[in-house]
Design a protein around this ligand. Structure first.
Ligand SMILES: Cc1cc2nc3c(=O)[nH]c(=O)nc-3n(C[C@H](O)[C@H](O)[C@H](O)COP(=O)(O)OP(=O)(O)OC[C@H]3O[C@@H](n4cnc5c(N)ncnc54)[C@H](O)[C@@H]3O)c2cc1C
Length: 399
């Protein structure tokens, strides 16, 4: 299913309304009301991390199982293969001013924010029938026009974490330390009347942990390949059939920011609705990175190319657009989320009418993740759903 971002957001809003899930955050004070319990959190992305952090603060005995060797999941800052400490985002990058939960934790961990968009020099846009040089609000206008107001508006309402978005999951992980077991992919989740059990691999060997509750934040695109004997047929059906969108990003490191000599800041919006960013505009030079951000339609085409071809075609495209990029090019990198073993897609639209089934707990097994929130495809959604699960578990504990 290839839907535009605008359709996607509209459908999301309807699905949320249909499911009776209120988008208001209001998780200010969760107070432990029952005995401490053992909780196994599956996945150390934003949903799992916030839940593990808040459950620990409440005094519960929390263990996190994470398949990767790092925290953050779809929050991933690429520092390799770039030079001079330059970095670019593979996943989450922009924070709008109204994402209160994202801002709450950025503030709690004292992470510095900076503007997402440069105010100097011009952007390019090609979505109105030709090449135009425009101030940066012309870029966000193209976003509004093509993807809806949620992704556009005043450029000043968008911020980013200085130093990389991964500082946020790392801040959670630092506080959880030994509670997170990395390199531990879950292969089976089961339960009976007295406990939940999770089977996972550790150095290739199967191990089992038991707990009072499980909070599963594994994306449905991965969860559908895990053994889930304890779940209802209806839940398994939603897990199997939830569609995940493709996103592809290609990064080009250059010796110099050649576009600046032409009065350009390295941001552009193509006729095919592909965003081009220069994530390094606020990082020290002289080197720079230009990157493309393709959504469904174009993203699958790029994913189907070999790594070398992705870089070669992007180099041609950006050289034609800005001029001088080929001569200045040093190295490239790519990130295609459909081929990521632990994500298998960028984000999910849980179909109308299925959201309640998808989000609700079954026995001792609870669920969270961006796909189960009113903010699909945002860190805010992952945080919201993680906190919602904490509240649910607290309700169970109370009984
Ligand atoms: C390309 C892209 C751009 C984005 N841009 C933005 C943005 O600008 N702003 C914004 O706010 N948000 C953005 N997002 C969305 C944001 O990154 C996600 O909504 C959020 O990070 C999802 O968190 P999560 O915890 O739900 O899922 P995940 O981050 O996917 O976490 C799930 C975790 O489970 C782990 N896992 C998977 N399988 C297993 C297993 N078998 N056993 C154990 N662990 C497992 C994964 O490794 C992962 O760490 C973007 C996402 C993408 C992909």
């Amino acid at each position: 299913m290839a839907i535009t971002r605008r359709q996607f957001l509209r459908r999301s809003a309807i699905a949320v309304a249909a499911a009776g899930l209120k988008p208001g955050s209001a998780f200010g004070s969760i107070i432990l009301s029952g005995p401490a319990r053992k909780v196994l959190v599956l996945g150390a992305g934003m949903a799992g991390l916030v839940a593990a952090y808040e459950l620990s603060k409440l005094g519960h005995d929390v263990t996190v199982l994470e398949a990767r060797t790092r925290p953050g999941g779809r929050v991933h800052t690429l520092r390799e293969p770039f030079s001079d400490g330059l970095y670019a985002e593979a996943g989450a990058a922009r924070i709008p001013e109204n994402h209160d939960l994202t801002h709450k934790y950025v503030k709690e961990f004292a992470l510095p924010l900076e503007p997402f968009y440069p105010q100097r020099l011009n952007a390019l846009r090609f979505d109105r029938g030709g090449r135009e040089e425009v101030p940066i609000d012309g870029f966000t206008d193209a976003m509004t026009r093509n993807y809806g107001g949620e992704l556009g508006g005043n450029p000043e309402r968008w911020q980013k974490i200085k130093g990389g978005t991964d500082l946020l999951p790392r801040a959670f992980a630092e506080r959880l330390r030994a509670k997170i077991h990395y390199g531990s992919p879950v292969v089976r989740i089961e339960q009976d009347a007295s406990q939940a059990r999770v089977v996972f691999l550790s150095a290739g060997q199967q191990q089992t942990l038991t707990s009072d509750y499980v909070l599963c934040t594994i994306p449905f695109s991965v969860l559908r390949n895990i053994e889930l004997p304890a779940l209802s047929a209806r839940k398994q059906d939603v897990i199997k059939n939830t569609h995940y969108d493709a996103v592809a990003r290609v990064y080009l490191q250059t010796k110099n920011r050649v576009w600046e000599q032409k009065g350009l800041n390295g941001f552009a919006f193509t006729s095919g609705a592909v965003e081009i960013w220069q994530p390094t505009w606020s990082q020290p030079g002289p080197r720079g990175i230009l990157m493309t951000y393709a959504r469904p339609g174009e993203a699958e085409r790029i994913t189907n190319l070999k790594e070398g071809e992705r870089i070669a075609t992007t180099l041609k495209q950006l050289d034609e657009m800005f001029g001088g990029v080929r001569e200045s090019f040093e190295r490239g990198a790519t990130k295609c989320w459909l081929e990521d073993e632990w994500s298998r897609g960028a984000w999910a639209f849980v179909g109308m009418g299925s959201l309640l089934t998808a989000a609700s707990a079954e026995g001792r097994i609870h669920f969270a993740g961006e796909h189960l929130s009113p903010w699909f495809s945002w860190m805010q959604g992952a945080l919201w759903s993680g906190l919602k699960a904490v509240k649910e578990i607290e309700e169970f504990v109370k009984v």
